[in-house]
Write a protein that binds this ligand. Sequence first.
Ligand SMILES: Nc1ncnc2c1ncn2[C@@H]1O[C@H](COP(=O)(O)OP(=O)(O)OP(=O)(O)O)[C@@H](O)[C@H]1O
Length: 239
Amino acid sequence: MLSVQGVTKRFDGLVAVSKMSFHVAAQEMVGVIGPNGSGKTTMMNLISGVYTPSEGGISLHGRQISNLPPQHICREGIGRTFQLVRLLPGLTVLENVKAGAVFGHKRRWGRDADQFALEMLERVGLEGQSHAPISTLTYIDQKRVELARVLAGEPEVLLLDEWLAGLNPTELETGIQLIHDLRDEGRTVVMVEHVMDAIRSLCDRCVVMSSGTKIAEGTPEEVLSDKEVIKAYLGDDNA
Ligand SMILES: Nc1ncnc2c1ncn2[C@@H]1O[C@H](COP(=O)(O)OP(=O)(O)OP(=O)(O)O)[C@@H](O)[C@H]1O
């Protein structure tokens, strides 16, 4: 469904992503993991069109998308959440989610968009909060709104950039369960995540990045016991 082919991204002299290639099949949940600064968020930004690759290409269903602006990539069917939650603070919870329905992959309008946004709020456990201002929400509830917003766009591929980061242990359990439910629905997901318990229990496959390159790919068990991966995370002495 999604194919990343030889993608490199340079920021002046710095190569943040180098010759990355991987594929994501329909209904697969793929984890992108790696130490801090290894290029994971840049990879998400390349897939979602925030950045254009310096080299290489990205395709969805065989159609090149890497030359399109982010709003067109979203329309094509790639939806995302952000490492630091990005909501529209002047709008209510419902209005934020409705924006996802209106500007997402499937274009819903008016009452249909309202109804669908309400369904998505229920889906993430926020029923009854639809008219709350964003500023009154807890952090996990803000994350839920962001998830509801991206789901409201009915993306074919969902990119989750550290969606579990910053949650306390109880919230983490709830958060992992929410992603489990997405998995059970057969959604196609690419998730950047540092929470290894989540990677183990959720992902079919992982791509491991270090210094901008892919150093391993396989099931969570395979990559987490790979010497190169252990070295990248912990240094030579522990490999
Ligand atoms: N817009 C930018 N301009 C210049 N350098 C950038 C830019 N975005 C990212 N980088 C650099 O690219 C490298 C990879 O950063 P990136 O945020 O993609 O890593 P990451 O794996 O997501 O890290 P973390 O796990 O800490 O979020 C870093 O050295 C970072 O400083």
